[in-house]
Design a protein around this ligand. Structure first.
Ligand code: AMP
Length: 358
């Protein structure tokens, strides 16, 4: 395996907060970063040595970007397959194209997870109203309709409680490929952030318990209120998924847990650093961002232990303006992503508390 030594240059596709925090972690290890993003005001540009402002379809710009770096990675899962292919012509792309292919399409993803022996909600693909009707008969109610591609933070999703909701679903999908999945009556949502290095070493962070509000992550808490057995099972599942993908980098696996049975159902995977792993920056021995850099550069993975009880809260929209409150709190670590407009629901920053109760 090719080791990319500190001092080399890392390319990052995508210039949001995840790219920004990756570049900051890379910088500490002596790497320089080249960010590729079409948005002129990308938060990651502010902390990187090089940037390219171009569309993901711009072959010349992609080739120039790829030839300027020693390894390339991405901070979002909707990197077009052709973009990944172009970049791979000139440099190593880690994680590889397979992780993108699996995670970009909810049907491919669920098929893959079941092939790995990991349980998901029951699901059926549909496109037409007749197919949805048939799926509804099979899956039952309540169920959740989701477009197969480009859904995030609850976008492209609709709950079906009764047959009459089917019309609304067809209005949402407008005939694009979709899936209907059974609603999981879960007690908790958890996620496992796991790293696999180019040499095949694997390290999972402690499980985080996540609370969503309006489909957007609100808080992640570590340790999760689950038994040791469930914690261990969740990590084994995430490890199995990373190995099956021959994954290189950090990925997140989102899961539902039922308290009474301790059953774990995998909801989805994200082939990238993840919002539910932000707590690791101050709350774990190694941050998920540094771990991703270590994994793609084939350096030894860092220890993943938590440094105590940790809570991470997202700062959405104007929440970011409360900086004085957080900066006055000795247990709080305030992060601002450098975005200008605090639009409602927009992820502007986050705060992490480590051992705040002491
Ligand atoms: P997703 O976009 O698939 O991550 O879904 C966003 C959120 O919707 C999840 O974090 C859950 O809170 C909820 N959700 C999605 N699918 C299901 C399901 N099959 N059963 C119950 N809740 C779900």
């Amino acid at each position: 395996m090719t080791q990319i030594k500190p001092g080399s240059k890392i390319g990052i596709l995508g210039g949001g907060q995840l790219g920004r925090m990756l570049a900051m972690a890379a910088s500490r290890l002596g790497y320089r970063c080249h960010i590729f993003c079409p948005d002129v005001r990308s938060p990651a540009f502010q902390v990187a040595s090089d940037f390219t402002i171009a569309e993901y379809e711009n072959e010349d710009a992609l080739l120039e970007f790829a030839s300027s770096v020693d390894v390339a990675t991405y901070e979002f899962e909707n990197v077009p397959a052709r973009t990944a292919e172009i970049v791979s012509r000139e440099t190593l792309l880690r994680p590889g194209a397979r992780a993108l292919e699996v995670s970009q399409d909810r049907l491919t993803e669920k098929d893959f997870l079941n092939d790995c022996g990991v349980k998901t909600a029951p699901y059926m693909a549909f496109q037409t109203e007749e197919e949805l009707d048939a799926a509804f008969k099979e899956i039952g109610r309540p169920s959740v309709a989701k477009t197969r591609r480009f859904g995030y933070d609850g976008k492209g999703q609709l709950m079906i409680k009764a047959r009459k909701d089917i019309e609304g679903v067809m209005g949402m999908t407008s005939g694009v490929p979709a899936i209907l999945e059974g609603f999981v009556a879960f007690d908790r949502e958890i996620s496992v952030v796991v790293a696999r290095s180019a040499s095949g070493d694997v390290a999972a962070f402690p499980v985080a318990e996540n609370v969503h509000t309006n489909h957007i992550l609100d808080t992640s808490t570590v340790p999760a209120q689950i038994s040791e057995v469930v914690e261990a099972k969740a990590k084994v599942m995430a490890t199995r998924i990373a190995n099956a993908l021959e994954y290189v980098g950090v990925m997140a696996v989102e899961m539902f847990v039922t308290d009474s049975t301790g059953e774990i159902v995998v909801n989805e995977i994200a082939p990238r650093v993840h919002n539910s792993g932000h707590w690791t920056i101050e709350g774990a021995e190694t941050s998920q961002f540094e771990q991703h850099i270590r994994a793609i550069c084939d350096l030894p993975l860092g220890p993943t232990d938590a440094r105590g009880n940790v809570v991470m809260k997202n700062l959405l929209g104007e929440d970011i303006l409360d900086f004085e409150k957080y900066l006055a709190d000795p247990k709080a670590h305030y992060h601002h992503y450098g975005k200008q407009e605090p639009r409602e629901g927009r992820k502007m920053g986050h705060v992490t508390w480590v051992n705040a109760e002491e």
